[in-house]
Design a protein around this ligand. Structure first.
Ligand code: FES
Ligand code: FES
Length: 177
């Protein structure tokens, strides 16, 4: 559905707010064209970074080609630069900031594995890669190397850390050896 058709259908449905969870916190935003409201073409990446201050989610290509902006939506990896915020009603969004333990602050095992394996250089692509890896491990606790490569095939790293990344994901797999 185009943005225009989506906008008309939301207006017909009388929707003037969008409510969803981000890292367990309730987000409730008005929909409209005023500055304090979420516009119909505002992406989830923009909302996360510019309204909610969650700048761990990075944006590079802004058109679905690089994977840098990946977050979890109901446990699945999605590209936040290709997701409209007005379509997030009722969803549970997790960003890189939401991976650490809410009480102890301990890093998620996948984050720790990236550190242990040295799976980044500049780190710009790393949040997106970690979120794609997290989605894989939520679905498959013992992926093969091939499955890891498949799951991360939409994430690009200019620093060529791919070998270390694959090692880190395999090391963090709860069902792995
Ligand atoms: S910034 Fe979203 S895919 Fe590149
Ligand atoms: S670590 Fe630099 S782009 Fe991936």
């Amino acid at each position: 559905m185009t943005v225009t058709r989506k906008r008309k259908s939301l207006k017909r449905a009388g929707e003037n707010r969008v409510r969803f969870l981000v890292n367990g916190n309730r987000v409730d935003l008005g929909i409209g064209e005023e500055e304090h409201q979420v516009g119909y073409s505002e992406t989830l990446a923009e909302t996360l970074r510019e309204r909610l201050g969650l700048t761990g989610t990075k944006v590079t290509c802004d058109n679905g080609a690089c994977g840098t902006c990946t977050v979890l939506m109901d446990g699945k990896a999605v590209l936040s630069c290709m997701t409209l915020t007005v379509e997030c009603g009722g969803k549970n969004i997790t960003t890189i900031e939401g991976l650490r333990h809410p009480e102890t602050g301990a890093l998620d095992p996948i984050q720790q594995a990236f550190i242990d394996e040295g799976a980044f250089q500049c780190g710009f692509c790393t949040p997106g890669i970690i979120m794609s890896a997290k989605a894989l491990l939520l679905e498959n606790g013992a992926p093969t190397e091939h499955e890891v490569k498949e799951a991360l095939s939409g994430n690009f790293c200019r620093c060529i850390t791919h070998y270390q990344v694959v090692r880190a994901v395999l090391a963090a797999a709860p069902g792995g050896k």
